[in-house]
Design a protein around this ligand. Structure first.
Ligand SMILES: [Mg+2]
Length: 363
């Protein structure tokens, strides 16, 4: 391989085939940041970082500034092949606090270059042996399902709750469409302890089979999550509570959760995700991998992590499905699964989504 000679970013704009409706907003377009690394041989590697004001605090402009500033300082002139594939994660991780999406996007692009060099799919480079992973599909907090979403290919639903007092009735109605099938609910921190407890109790009393309840309480409230587990025995998934391996250790100490939802934009990349997964597994926790609203570029990397750490779980990787035309024969979504690209490097999705122009480069 060769030294990295250029770092570039561009805005990645995608229209959704079905608007994603929540009580807060109606989204029909998603914009993220694509990262492109070019080495001295002219080879390119790609990554993606999502804007997530309400979870990570990262913005489009912030990701661009981080990538083209301190992260480019490290990447330019560096030959990743001189070190282990995990080196990018530790070097980028040490340079900047937070900014998980920017760091993850750069690590994806480095791993794409390394995987091309090794003539391996990225998923295989990071330890995966399967060729696809199962994913749920998300029903938005309001609307969504009634607006023509054909989610029939997916075997598992994740229902967003927490913004509407009628949530419990809605979940019961959806659950009754397939009696006995477990449903996942995700409150995205919206409840307090008593609201969460009342809602879980009402759902169980109505006969709803809850596979799990994800992040019912604010990220900081580990004790509240532990209390909910004790009261109801319903598995709790920690998402916004766990960014780093240190967050995970604190959660384990107080027995706050049963499963951790790992996202690259929170933890900062695939190797950080692998470390979190090993720690969680050692403590007896289950694993799932999720993503932010991003394209198949970022989701490809998340799916590689998912395949490496928990090939049999049903993950939370439907984000890109919303922006791929339903008639697209090359869609990576097939029969409720995300199919990993088998060619060297994993980020060939880049060819389908990144723009030809609008790149800001530093070399
Ligand atoms: Mg979540």
């Amino acid at each position: 391989m060769a030294r990295i000679v250029e770092v570039a970013t561009a805005r990645l704009v995608r229209q959704l085939h079905t608007p994603f409706v929540t009580a807060l907003r109606r989204t029909s377009e998603v914009v993220s940041v694509a990262v492109r690394l070019t080495d001295a041989d002219g080879r390119t590697g790609f990554g993606e970082g999502p804007q997530v004001w309400r979870v990570t605090g990262e913005s489009l402009a912030g990701i661009e500034a981080c990538v083209l500033g301190p992260l480019a300082d490290i990447l330019l002139g560096w030959d990743p092949a001189d070190e282990a594939p995990s080196a990018a994660a530790s070097t980028l991780g040490a340079a900047v606090v937070g900014n998980g999406g920017a760091k993850a996007a750069c690590e994806m692009a480095v791993l794409d270059l390394l995987a091309q060099e090794a003539e391996l799919p990225l998923a295989q480079l990071v330890g995966a042996t399967t060729s696809s992973v199962a994913t749920d599909v998300t029903l938005a907090a309001q609307g969504g399902f009634d607006e023509g979403v054909d989610a029939s290919q997916f075997g598992q639903l994740k229902i967003k709750v927490g913004l509407d007092p009628a949530d419990v009735d809605r979940v019961v109605r959806i659950a009754q469409e397939a009696p006995g099938r477990p449903v996942r609910i995700d409150a995205n921190q919206a409840w307090d302890l008593e609201t969460a407890s009342r809602s879980i109790g009402a759902l169980l009393a109505a006969g709803v089979v809850l596979e799990f309840v994800e992040q019912p309480l604010p990220a900081w409230d580990l004790a509240g999550h532990a209390e909910l587990r004790r009261r109801w025995g319903t598995p709790i998934v920690l998402d916004e509570s766990v960014f780093s391996i240190h967050d995970l250790r604190r959660a384990i100490d107080v027995q706050a959760g049963d499963v951790v939802n790992i996202k690259l934009a929170k933890c900062g990349g695939i190797y950080a995700g692998l470390a979190i997964a090993a720690e969680a597994t050692g403590a007896g926790l289950g694993l799932m991998v999720g993503s932010m609203m991003e394209s198949e570029l970022g989701v490809s990397a998340a799916a590689a992590l998912a395949a490496a750490i928990s090939p049999d779980a049903v993950h939370d990787l439907d984000a890109a499905w919303w922006s791929i035309p339903l008639s697209d024969a090359a869609s990576p979504y097939r029969d409720g699964r995300f199919v990993l690209d088998p060619s060297p490097g994993s980020m060939h999705a880049a060819g389908r989504v990144v723009p030809d122009s609008g790149w800001y480069a530093r070399g």
